[in-house]
Write a protein that binds this ligand. Structure first.
Ligand code: SF4
Length: 520
């Protein structure tokens, strides 16, 4: 690769790592005005740092397994997407022909695959016109902010997370004033608004909680998964009012930007900084920084809190027909196998959302889609739509709760083809056994753990092992992850089951530990 189109990175002389040097030389955000020009010169004229690092500040990902075909990761705050937005994205995927697809991610987000570099500038402009952005969705940035996928329609809602998530995103990316452009590492933020938990793997999570009879949020910090270490977020010991969330989140991010570890990327997530400072010192430092940003009065209103909160159970799957908080309306939750969509499926989902609902969809962390605001009277007609044979409202117990990372079709780290292996296996197991309830299986192609294997009741991680003297594709199996009132991470159960043995091993596990009954 030459470096004709972008400034060449000087040899690291400052003691910075290669990645930090690239970010210090030029922020990817500053390349956006030149995107069309860079595309005209061709993606293969980009210097390596721009191709593999800086483009991610615009949500654009070079994929070494498919050179020339790029991925675009959006931001969909709280997983809300309109039919109009989905149609635009479907048309972009459709233009990619056989290369095009989209994935619903475990952050209630969408990523489009198979795009040409020259399509990016016009697509980003078209996205902006319909209120979409892909800004800072990859690499060392605050990732898509998640919230209750049922916000605003949930009969069990504690607080509507949509305006809070929007306000936090707006504050983090405000055009004037302090904002985050160069974090030491990625950073996940979530806001809880219902009793369902899927929150503690975030670096920063706000969980609804009472203080002195008032509803607000307790702050949890430091959750993350990686190849080296996995942690659930811990209570920071502070309670905030809802209106304090945006400034507080910005404070935490700015402090992380200034103080996080930039020397060792595998020790740079927020929990390592908390470890270094000690929780009490970290809390006091954040309080003072919040006061400096938001004013002394705001700081004085932060309350000490023991971390007790209203998030008490494993998340609902939201599938099938469900009555909304609004009388006479419901949502239809549809299972998207492994979260994988094509243009046709996206267009059909958008069409049903317009025809039967209010033209809005929600994406869940379990990689499914919900059509919302459907009149009860339309329920039967919607159930009879052909698309619901493909995206079923009533999948089997295993299918409903199976989550998977990308796998080796698009990710060069993958040790196994994650999505296809997972889909084939859950189908096979549902032929073999009957389950009395759902079992959450989380699939991930490598130790990077994007598929969150530690959150699964069963976690499966791509691996290699020996069988009959040969190295073969395999999985490590983790058991015991729970997101209920007593959250805990799954632990290693088996360090190498060949894929060819997996159906029998999983069948036995489901019978022994999850009450499955073998079909006759
Ligand atoms: Fe790729 Fe590994 Fe992440 Fe899966 S877990 S998407 S294989 S890096």
């Amino acid at each position: 690769m030459s470096s004709s189109s972008t400034p060449a990175a000087p040899a690291p002389s400052s003691g910075l790592t290669k990645v930090e040097q690239a970010k210090a030389d030029l922020c990817g955000l500053d390349l956006q005005p030149q995107l069309a020009e860079l595309a005209a010169a061709g993606w293969d004229s980009l210097d390596e740092a721009t191709l593999t690092i800086r483009l991610k500040w615009m949500g654009i990902f070079f994929r070494p397994v498919a050179p020339g075909r790029f991925m675009l990761r959006l931001r969909l705050p709280n997983g809300v997407v309109s039919a109009e937005q989905l149609v635009l994205l479907a048309e972009a995927v459709d233009r990619c022909g056989e290369h095009g697809s989209a994935d619903i991610t475990t952050r209630q987000n969408l990523q489009l695959r198979g795009l040409l570099f020259e399509d990016m500038a016009p697509l980003l402009e078209a996205m902006e016109r319909v209120g979409l952005t892909s800004r800072q969705s990859g690499h060392d940035n605050p990732r898509n902010i998640t919230g209750n996928p049922l916000a605003g329609i949930d009969p069990e809602e504690i607080v509507d997370t949509r305006p809070l998530v929007q306000a936090i995103q707006a504050r983090l990316f405000q055009p004037d004033g302090p904002r985050t452009r160069n974090l030491p590492r990625k950073f996940n933020v979530a806001v809880g608004g219902a009793p369902d938990s899927f929150l503690l793997h975030n670096d920063l999570a706000f969980l609804p909680a009472h203080h002195a009879g008032e509803l607000g949020f307790t702050v949890m910090v430091g959750g993350f998964f990686s190849a080296q270490r996995n942690e659930l977020a811990i209570p920071l010991g502070l309670w905030l009012r809802a209106d304090q969330l945006p400034d507080f989140a910005l404070t935490v991010l700015l402090h992380f930007e200034q103080n996080g570890n930039r020397k060792l990327r595998n020790k740079s997530r927020l929990m390592y900084l908390i470890d270094d400072l000690g929780l009490e010192t970290y809390r006091d430092t954040i309080k003072a920084a919040y006061g400096a940003l938001a004013g002394g009065e705001a700081m004085a209103s932060l309350q000490p809190h023991d971390g007790t909160h209203l998030v008490t159970r494993a998340p609902r799957d939201g599938l099938g027909w469900n009555a909304q908080a609004q009388e006479g309306l419901g949502w239809m939750g549809l299972h998207v196998p492994m979260g994988r969509l094509d243009a046709e499926g996206m267009l059909a989902l958008a069409g049903l959302a317009r025809q039967y609902g209010s033209g809005e969809l929600r994406l869940t962390e379990a990689q499914n889609a919900l059509i919302v605001n459907v009149p009860e009277a339309s329920q039967e007609a919607l159930l009879a739509e052909p698309l619901l044979q493909r995206f079923r409202p009533d999948p089997g117990h295993l299918q409903a709760e199976a989550v998977s990372c990308t796998g080796n079709a698009y990710c060069s780290f993958a040790l196994i083809p994650t999505k296809s292996t997972a889909q084939e296996l859950v189908e096979e197991l549902e032929r073999r056994v009957e389950l009395p309830h759902g079992v959450r299986t989380h699939w991930t192609g490598c130790p990077n753990a994007c598929g969150q294997p530690y959150m699964g009741q069963i976690g499966l991680m791509g691996a290699k092992t020996r069988k009959d003297g040969e190295m073969v594709e395999a999985v490590k199996i983790f058991l015991g992850g729970s997101m209920d009132a007593d959250p805990r991470l799954a632990e290693l159960h088996d360090k190498g089951v060949p894929l060819s043995d997996l159906p029998d091993v999983m069948e036995q596990l489901l019978v022994d530990r999850f009450g499955a009954r073998r079909r006759e």
